[in-house]
Ligand binder design. Structure first.
Ligand code: DX5
Ligand code: ZN
Length: 228
């Protein structure tokens, strides 16, 4: 049986004027990974931050930096994100024509490689790159903004990806509209990492964030019988 569900708070929902403090707060609140949403105003209709900002917060936590690149093209910037301190670098399958090349480039930089799929993208696009993957990030909203409504049809895709992965050591991570209400069906379908932005950065500071993280994790773990 696998361990507890990993929770990756997305700093997109944090107070950017205190970004370093917010990263420390979610670290102390029990976040497993720190999810970093990089947007370019081209692949998605929003712009966030890039390598210099990530580098600036790297010394605020030792936890895994889980970098979700919503940029096209991604390849010219992979080295910069690796240098900034990202541990996992995830590119979108829809962001470029050479997914296999992008994944090889991430691993060549010594980082874990992930691929993300938009809600409307079928899972078969990862069939021939499975052995180059450490993580599959399935979007349960259309990427670009926090606080959007969960798209339930993706739950079936989670099941299918779980079956495709078989015994390979590949994480299935979910991003978008994750709450204690949506987490159980995702965990039951095979997700082992849940990103949450607005459901974590609610209330003020470490204790509120801890409760928010714990309630998502507990809801997920109960659904797969990890808590009795
Ligand atoms: C959306 C981002 C998400 C976002 C999730 O494009 O990739 O990581 O922060 O936000 P919530 O959890 O509020 O749906
Ligand atoms: Zn994300």
């Amino acid at each position: 049986m696998r361990g507890k569900t990993l929770i990756a708070p997305s700093v997109l929902a944090s107070d950017f004027s205190r970004l370093g403090d917010e990263v420390e707060a979610i670290d102390r609140a029990g976040a497993d990974w720190i999810h970093l949403d990089v947007m370019d105003g081209h692949f998605v209709p929003n712009i966030t931050f890039g390598p210099p900002v990530i580098k600036a917060i790297r010394n605020r936590t030792a936890k895994v930096f889980d970098c979700h690149l919503m940029i096209a093209p991604a390849d010219p910037y992979l080295a910069a994100f690796a240098d900034a301190g990202c541990d996992i670098i995830t590119v979108h399958a829809e962001a470029g024509p050479h997914l296999d090349r992008s994944l090889q480039a991430i691993r060549a930089l010594g980082k874990k490689a992930g691929v993300s799929l938009n809600p409307g993208t079928p899972e078969n696009v990862i069939e021939y790159v499975l052995d180059r993957l450490d993580l599959v990030l399935l979007m349960t909203v259309n990427p670009g903004f926090g606080g959007q409504a969960f798209i339930p049809s993706v739950v079936e895709k989670v099941r299918r990806v779980k079956a495709m992965i078989g015994t390979r050591p590949i994480h299935i991570e979910i991003d978008g509209g994750v709450t204690p209400e949506t987490a159980p069906q995702l965990a039951a379908a095979g997700a082992d990492v849940l990103v949450a932005g607005s459901a974590v950065f609610r209330g003020d500071g470490v204790e509120a964030y801890r409760k928010n993280i714990e309630s998502i994790r507990t809801a997920a773990d109960l659904a797969v019988g990890r808590i009795v």
